[in-house]
Design a protein around this ligand. Structure first.
Ligand SMILES: Cc1ncc(COP(=O)(O)O)c(C=O)c1O
Ligand SMILES: [Zn+2]
Length: 413
């Protein structure tokens, strides 16, 4: 395949497409930015990778590995939208994916990459959606699949992973420990770990943004709210909008909001405190298990993207998470409003419209160009609407759409 990766932390080019973290600064890696062309009319049976082939470095779309992921519906959430005082609110129902979460997009990309790079084993670190997804796609591809789980995991959580025939390896320690153990195993045992922020998984998440643009006829919502755990999905969606913008397919990039649960909000805390880095969140606890990650491996990158683009970061209460489930879609809305006690109905669109985020500027000099080279130029903002001033007011929406991104909740990460 021969693609170089770029470090999101220090901007260095890493000429090893199998790498998962930067050898220099341990930052998460990403694929170089892509400029592509507008996808043609939809062809029945076309897979996600085939449709967006310009944006992936694969030699072959490998339709044989697909389980029918992506192309998930945008659903109008009139009830919740009205209660929040929004004129239009959409939910992207990622629960409609084959294993019920958006993870399937990145898993497919990761599996194709693993096969094109000569791996015969794949793996991941998860007890939830990602484990089920990797196990299912591993089975489809006929690959040996290894899932690292914490030793204390209850038996009932193992079933959905084990039923695909994956090998479960129990490890002592929390998610962070498992994550770094997987990096060791990746090297020692030559396993392609498609973890939450692995470069090709993040690349797969871009398709959520591509689809939203297509579904809204190449207009974009004012806001896209994204639940954040490890941070890989947020990074992918941000990148997807940026690539469509750079490709001339949309005329602006929507503002993104990183949403976490009050009971586990390390990125939001760092944002609100003005900290340069995300610290571990002690005693995490939330009903939204899938986003309960106390020390997100891509947290710093999410923080930087939010700050540099003048986007936003919010934590939501347990009550509001539960109330939001009443919207009627399967799964759980992992957050659709700012931290504020009381009922959903008490929150109006002011929660997103009138905020005045503090932007802690800092021009970064590391960014890939198309060839994945370190350009040395300051990183561009995603949209033309915000400036890198110390304090920026976000103006009221120009088009009456706020999009709520809605995944299915199951297990952890
Ligand atoms: C349902 C659901 N929503 C959101 C997330 C957060 O994604 P990320 O870990 O990429 O931030 C996850 C991660 O596992 C998830 O399973
Ligand atoms: Zn680095």
């Amino acid at each position: 395949m021969g693609v170089s990766l770029v470090c999101t932390g220090c901007g260095e080019q890493v000429d090893d497409e199998k790498a998962l973290r930067c050898p220099g600064c341990d930052g998460p890696l990403e694929l170089p930015e892509v400029v592509g062309s507008r996808p043609g009319p939809w062809v029945p049976g076309e897979t996600l990778i085939e449709r967006y082939k310009d944006f992936f470095p694969f030699a072959n779309g490998r339709a044989d590995l697909s389980l029918g992921e992506g192309f998930t519906p945008l659903v109008k959430l009139d009830g919740i939208g009205k209660r929040l005082g929004l004129s239009v609110l959409w939910g992207k129902n990622e629960g409609a994916n084959p294993t019920w979460s958006f993870k399937d997009r990145g898993t497919l990309a990761g599996v194709i990459h693993a096969l094109e790079s000569g791996y015969s084993r794949i793996g991941t670190v998860s007890t939830g959606n990602m484990a089920a997804s990797v196990a299912a796609y591993g089975a489809k591809a006929g690959l040996e699949t290894v899932i690292l789980v914490g030793r204390g995991l209850p038996r009932e959580k193992l079933g959905p992973i084990a039923m695909y025939g994956a090998r479960l390896i129990k490890v002592d320690g929390d998610y962070g420990r498992l994550y770094y153990e997987s990096l060791r195993l990746a090297k020692d045992r030559n396993i392609a770990f498609i973890n939450s922020d692995a470069p090709f998984r993040v690349a797969g998440s871009r398709t959520i943004a591509y689809e939203i643009c297509e579904q809204l006829n190449f207009t974009v919502p004012d806001w896209v709210l994204i639940p954040v755990s490890a941070g890989g999905n947020f990074r992918g969606i941000a990148r997807g909008f940026r690539e469509f913008f750079l490709s001339g397919l949309i005329d602006k990039v929507p503002r993104l909001m990183a949403v976490q649960a009050d009971g586990c909000s390390p990125v939001v805390r760092a944002f609100e405190e003005g900290s340069p880095k995300v610290d571990r969140f002690d005693s995490p606890h939330t009903v939204a298990h899938a986003i309960e990650n106390p020390f997100p491996p891509s947290g710093n990158e999410v923080l930087r993207l939010v700050r540099e683009n003048g986007w936003s970061c919010r934590a939501v209460s347990e009550d509001s998470i539960l109330e939001a489930c009443l919207g009627g879609l399967p799964g759980c809305l992992e957050g659709c409003r700012q931290r504020r006690p009381g009922r959903v109905g008490s929150v109006r669109s002011t929660s997103v419209d009138r905020e005045r985020p503090q932007i802690h500027g800092g021009v970064r000099t590391a960014r890939s160009d198309l060839g994945g080279k370190h350009t040395g130029k300051p990183r561009e903002r995603f949209g033309p609407t915000v400036t890198r001033s110390a304090r920026t007011e976000i103006t009221p929406p120009s088009s009456p759409i706020v999009l709520l991104y809605l995944p299915f909740t199951y297990g952890r990460t």
